[in-house]
Design a protein around this ligand. Structure first.
Ligand code: AMP
Length: 278
C-alpha cells in the first residue's frame, strides 16, 4: 500500500493505470467499521482502491469542532492496509487550499435544509472538497455512507449536474450492538452520554415500525420521534425531519416514501442518524 500526499503524486499513480477501474472512499479519518464497510465494497468492485484521509477545514463551521475532531492517521493506515487498499491519499491542507482560494461548489436546494440549515457552510465545504478529490483521483466509483444521507444526496446531484463520469455507491449505515450509528464523534461522548445515545436509533426504529404498521402522517411520525428523544434528559434536539429522500424537502400529510432523520446534541457532541421508509 502506498501513502501519498502531493496532488501530483496521486495524479501520477492514477494516470499510470488508466484502463483499470478505480474505487474511491473519501474520509476524514478516525476510521471505524462504517468506513471499512465502504472500503470492503470498493475492494470487491474495483481493480484499485484509493482511500483519502483529510480533515477538511472548509466543512467545519465551528473552530472548536475542527480542533476536537479525532486524528488517528497511523492506526487508520494500518486498518486500510489490512483491507487491501492500494493507495491512501493524505492531502496537504496548504496544497488543497492554496493562497487566494475562492472557488466553491454549491449544490443548491438539496443543501439548504437539515444539515445545511443547522450547519451553515458545512455541505458547501463537503461538495467543494469532494469535487477537488474527484478531480485528482478520477475514480470509476466513489463510496459514501447512508449515515450522511444528505451528503450522499448532494454528491449524487453534483455528479449529475456537473456531468462527472463517476458512479456514486451509497452503503448502509453500520451500527454498534446497541444500535448507535458508528461515528468518529462517538469517542467524544462521556460514559453517560454514550449510554443515552442509542435513543436516536430507538426513536428512528419506532417511527419506522409505526410507518410499517400504517401510520403514514408525517406530522405524527415527527412528533413520535420528538417525544421519544425528549424522554432522554441528556439529549438536546437540533432537528427532527421527515423529508423527501432525493430533494430533502420536508413532507406533510401522508407519506409513501421518506427519509426520517435527526440531529441531536449530547453536550457539545452533535450526532446525526437516519432511516428510510418506502
Ligand atoms: P467521514 O469520515 O465522517 O467523512 O465519513 C466518511 C464516509 O464514511 C462517509 O461517506 C460517511 O457517510 C461514511 N460513514 C460514516 N459513518 C458510517 C457508518 N456508521 N456506516 C456507514 N458509513 C459511514
Amino acid at each position: 500500500m502506498e501513502i501519498i500526499t502531493p496532488i501530483q503524486a496521486m495524479r501520477a499513480v492514477r494516470r499510470a493505470e488508466p484502463e483499470l477501474s478505480w474505487g474511491f472512499v473519501p474520509t476524514l479519518g478516525a476510521l471505524h467499521e462504517g468506513h471499512l464497510s465502504l472500503v470492503r465494497r470498493a475492494r470487491a468492485e474495483n481493480d484499485r482502491v484509493v482511500a483519502s484521509i483529510f480533515v477538511n477545514p472548509m466543512q467545519f463551521e465551528r473552530q472548536s469542532d475542527l480542533q476536537a475532531y479525532p486524528r488517528t492517521v497511523e492506526r487508520d493506515a494500518d486498518l486500510l492496509n489490512a483491507e487491501g487498499v492500494d493507495v491512501v491519499w493524505t492531502p496537504d491542507e496548504a496544497e488543497m487550499y492554496p493562497p487566494g482560494f475562492q472557488t466553491v461548489v454549491d449544490v443548491q436546494a438539496v443543501t439548504r435544509r437539515l444539515e445545511g440549515e443547522h450547519r451553515p457552510g458545512h455541505l458547501q465545504g463537503v461538495t467543494t472538497i469532494v469535487t477537488k478529490l474527484f478531480n485528482v483521483v478520477r475514480p470509476t466509483r466513489a463510496y459514501f455512507g447512508q449515515k450522511d444521507a444528505q451528503q450522499a444526496a448532494a454528491v449524487r446531484r453534483l455528479v449529475l449536474d456537473l456531468s462527472m463520469d463517476i458512479a456514486i455507491v451509497v452503503c448502509p449505515t453500520v451500527r454498534e450492538a446497541d444500535g448507535l450509528a458508528m461515528s468518529s464523534r462517538n469517542v467524544l461522548l462521556t460514559q453517560e452520554q454514550r449510554a443515552a445515545a442509542p435513543v436516536l436509533y430507538r426513536a428512528l426504529s419506532e417511527a419506522v415500525r409505526a410507518w410499517e404498521a400504517g401510520e403514514h402522517q408525517a406530522e405524527i411520525l415527527r412528533s413520535w420521534m420528538k417525544t421519544r428523544i425528549e424522554s432522554e434528559p441528556l439529549a438536546q434536539i437540533d432537528y427532527i425531519s421527515v423529508a423527501d429522500p432525493d430533494t430533502l424537502e420536508e413532507l406533510h400529510g401522508p407519506v409513501d416514501r421518506a427519509l426520517l432523520s435527526l440531529a441531536v446534541y449530547f453536550g457539545d457532541v452533535r450526532l446525526i442518524d437516519n432511516m428510510t421508509v418506502s
